[in-house]
Write a protein that binds this ligand. Structure first.
Ligand code: TXA
Ligand code: MG
Length: 322
């Protein structure tokens, strides 16, 4: 496994070639790092599941270079989905739409719909462009972490997370720290109105304002409901136990907005200035808890209906018992 820093046009081109020959390429996106494979190569996609230790019925998002490629992977696209794509792509949003024959069961987990996203990180876009120039159709990529764990927001985090599960010819592209820091908003675009399956930087009110509708956050279906019943475990979780209420004591980790002072004896892991900064630094802070081998980390979740909604969602899942 090679970690490529200072990504040049040549190294990104070489990474695209590696995808074509069936290797895996971890790459930066503005949300979190993804572990990519040629979405039409069943063997390579199988290796993504293996490297993550992820159950096969959890579908993968297909990353494409531009909205122009949407109809390759999806059909029966509602007008509101076109509007969402036109306004929020490239960016931190995934659309779930009915699949074409290109999206095989090994991508969708056997479902009749597929998740598609155009990321905005320049290296992701460059990689997608190069890959498509070589005849590729899309890069299947989940977050580049072991199943149930914290998503990586830097190339080094990917290395620490997956180096024992990748092969020597696989590549990690280093594109710095992810600027958003939490995973994309997932919007199911099937039926007369959209459903938000996972919150993210594209907020419910941004969607409502754009489409002139009124989605109610409390009635939204969760992505977990789509998964196999009975499979219930924490997600986005570090090894340390996460608490979203209560007070830390000596030796416990602590993450909160900078306006909150650190309780006596607690170990400050992040002091974000605002909610965007919170999203950007949360996973780093949770990883720091593990590298310091802390048993517990206490987080004061941010308030508000901006990206704070996504942060609270991830924290609730991280704090869930296995
Ligand atoms: O920001 C992101 O979305 C990152 C970057 C790399 O793009 N990717 C990411 O992928 O978070 P992943 O696989 O870790 O999370 C995607 C979630 C999974 O829970 C998966 O089950 C769900 O989206 N998903 C994907 N396709 C779906 C589909 N067709 N229907 C329902 N859920 C789907
Ligand atoms: Mg993930």
């Amino acid at each position: 496994m090679t970690l490529l820093s200072n990504c040049t046009a040549k190294s990104v081109k070489d990474a695209a070639k590696s995808l074509v020959t069936g290797q895996l390429v971890a790459f930066p996106t503005e949300t979190v790092y993804g572990l990519g494979a040629d979405a039409l190569n069943q063997r390579a996609v199988g290796r993504v599941y293996q490297a993550k230790g992820r159950p096969l019925n959890h579908p993968l998002i297909v990353h494409i270079a531009s909205i122009n490629n949407l109809t390759k992977w999806t059909k029966d696209i509602p007008e509101y989905a076109i509007k969402l794509a036109a306004n929020f792509w490239p960016g931190p949003m995934t659309l779930i739409l009915p699949r074409t024959d290109l999206a095989k069961d090994y991508i969708t987990g056997g479902q009749e719909n597929v998740g598609v996203r155009v990321p905005s990180h320049p290296i992701a876009i460059m990689l997608l462009d190069e890959f498509e120039a070589l005849g590729g159709y899309g890069i299947a990529a989940p977050s580049a972490n072991r199943f149930g764990k914290v998503s990586p927001t830097s190339a080094n985090d990917v290395k620490l997370e997956l180096e024992n599960f990748l092969q020597s010819q696989d590549i990690i592209l280093n594109g710095g720290s992810s600027s958003v820091g939490v995973e994309s908003t997932i919007i199911k675009c099937i039926g007369p109105t959209p459903t938000i399956l996972r919150t993210g930087a594209i907020t419910i009110s941004m969607v409502n304002n754009l489409l002139g509708i009124k989605i109610d956050a409390s009635t939204q279906e969760s992505i977990d409901q789509i998964r196999v019943p009975g499979l219930f475990r924490s997600h986005y979780a570090p090894s340390a136990k996460v608490f979203i209420s209560g007070t830390p004591t000596i030796g416990d980790g602590f993450i909160a907005l900078s306006k909150f002072s650190t309780p006596l004896g607690a170990i400050r892991l992040a002091s974000p200035k605002n909610n965007e900064d919170f999203a950007r630094t949360l996973y780093k802070g949770l990883r720091l808890a593990d590298s310091k081998q802390l048993a517990r980390v206490f987080v004061i979740p941010p308030t508000g209906d901006d990206i704070a909604t996504a942060i609270r969602d991830r924290l609730q899942k991280a704090a869930q018992k296995e």
